[in-house]
Design a protein around this ligand. Structure first.
Ligand code: NAP
Length: 456
């Protein structure tokens, strides 16, 4: 029988690339996802025609169960819970790559070269699935978000990783060390998965986005390596695409947060002291009527959205307010921090959903140049990304470049109460003389401000 799978794989790879390119622009991103999804569906379908495929009785129900869980989970998930869903699904990819490695290695007939590749992929995949599970549990709030640390943590991590890799080498070299070489696979898998769990524990709060995108990149690399090991070139290319895109994203996120990716791998990343600072000053509440009056007389307003805008689903009200202000001749811009919210591009996605014109969005550097001329900075559910504590050594946020909202002439913060940001530390901005607090759910508060503004 002619093997039609390879040419079709090539077509799916082209579709993956088109999808990726289209995802690079908010206007075409939706269709990019569709291209990539269709390409993936084709890749899976074509695999059934690979000569020699067996175990259909196991494969088909597994696909059905997975597809049903994925479909219903994706339908049900709230936009604010998207990061943990991304984390866990990404982990699943890594787990799938590791499973392929396990099967290849258990088979024993694999060439030494392929076995080495499969082992390398399994190490990366195991670290990624284990770490993704910890990231999921932390983001879901099922375990402590703050760094989980213990004595000699780095030494323990290093030993677990080294012994795991050692058993991989025992398997590869057929050394029969302590146990028959073929049994070395079990401790290899247990220890490398254990290292993945341990490595993620000390990473907390504000460092999570870099970690998730790092796992994304690692999953891609693991899939690519396993594709090599089983000579499936669609897997190789898809893995390389994910690995490369994930690496670029990781580096961009790390730069945005002034963190070092090398530090993550060394395991010291994310270790921060518990907050011992006390912040001086008072929180000064303001009414929606007064905010409306301030806005009515402002000439430049900066909107600074954060996770609270997503949580309140306030983007549509934000758009209404901005339309109203622009209609009154106020100059308005949005200051977008790259890690505002809970996933890369979170604010951009929400504002695009509400139809906010893209040319109103300024990135952090542009916004920081403009804040000194801003009459009112309206901080809508943002906290960490505007926290001047990031300039103070020893705080959990130290080193992360922030939006310099404190340089504006006046600041109004919309939040519900005394909730802290993701990093769990006090925010000096809220206590400054120029800052007023408009308490309440962001959507409700904005509705009231809009109502009041319309009266003026
Ligand atoms: P944030 O630091 O998480 O603060 C959000 C604020 O919104 C809280 O202070 C909360 O205060 C308020 N809030 C919550 N629900 C609200 C509602 N319904 N209405 C009004 N206010 C509400 O947000 P951020 O400034 O956007 O910073 C993002 C943080 O998440 C960073 O530390 C970042 O590193 C981290 N992170 C980012 C990503 C990513 O990829 N973007 C991924 C994971 C983690 P109240 O409770 O008092 O209302």
């Amino acid at each position: 029988m002619i093997d039609v799978t390879q040419p079709i794989y090539v077509l799916t790879i082209v579709a993956f690339v088109i999808g990726l390119i289209r995802m690079g622009n908010p206007a075409t991103a939706r269709s990019g996802i569709l291209w990539a999804g269709i390409a993936m569906a084709f890749s899976i379908a074509v695999t059934f025609f690979v000569p020699g495929i067996s175990n259909l009785v196991l494969i088909l129900p597994a696909i059905l169960i997975g597809a049903l869980i994925g479909y219903f989970a994706a339908k049900k998930v709230a936009i604010v819970d998207m990061p943990q869903m991304v984390a866990i699904y990404n982990g699943m990819g890594a787990g799938a790559a590791s499973s392929i490695a396990a099967i290849e290695l258990i088979r024993l007939g694999t060439s030494p070269f392929n076995a080495t590749i499969a082992l390398a992929g399994a190490i990366i995949g195991n670290v990624s699935i284990a770490g993704s599970v910890i990231a999921f549990l932390k983001l879901q709030g099922w375990i402590r978000q703050k760094p989980i640390t213990f004595n000699l943590q780095q030494a323990v991590n290093l030993i677990v990783a080294a012994v795991g890799v050692f058993f991989g080498i025992v398997y590869l070299t057929h050394s029969n060390f302590l146990l028959p070489y073929r049994d070395a696979l079990s401790p290899f898998f247990v220890l490398t998965i254990g290292y993945g769990l341990l490595m993620a524990l000390p990473i907390g709060g504000a460092d999570m986005p870099v970690l998730i995108s790092l796992y994304n990149a690692m999953t891609g690399i693991a899939v690519g390596l396993e594709g090599f090991a089983i000579s499936n070139y669609a897997m190789v290319v898809a893995g390389i695409l994910v690995g490369a895109a994930g690496t670029i994203l990781t580096l961009a996120m790390a730069t945005a947060m002034n963190r070092s990716v090398g530090g993550i791998l060394a395991g010291g990343f994310g270790k921060t002291q518990e907050e011992t600072r006390t912040v001086s000053g008072n929180l000064k509440p303001i009414s929606s009527e007064d905010v409306a009056v301030m806005l009515a007389y402002a000439s430049t307003v900066a909107i600074v959205p954060g996770f609270g805008m997503a949580s309140a689903q306030a983007q549509f009200k934000v758009r209404d307010l901005v339309d109203l202000l622009i209609g009154r001749g106020v100059k308005v811009f949005f200051a977008i921090h790259p890690v505002a919210g809970r996933m890369p591009g979170h604010m951009n996605v929400l504002l695009a959903e509400a139809g906010v014109p893209y040319d109103l969005l300024e990135d952090r550097d542009e916004a920081n140049r403009a804040f000194q001329d801003v009459d009112i900075a309206l901080v809508i559910g943002a906290n960490d990304v505007v926290n001047p504590a990031a300039r103070i050594q020893g705080t959990a946020l130290y080193g992360m470049p922030i939006l310099d909202v404190d340089k504006s002439k006046n600041v109004v913060v919309l939040k519900r109460g005394s909730g802290k940001g993701f990093a769990g530390i006090e925010n000096d901005l809220f206590y400054m003389d120029k800052t007023k607090m408009l308490y309440g759910d962001a959507q409700g508060s904005l509705s009231k401000v809009i109502q009041e503004l319309k009266k003026l």
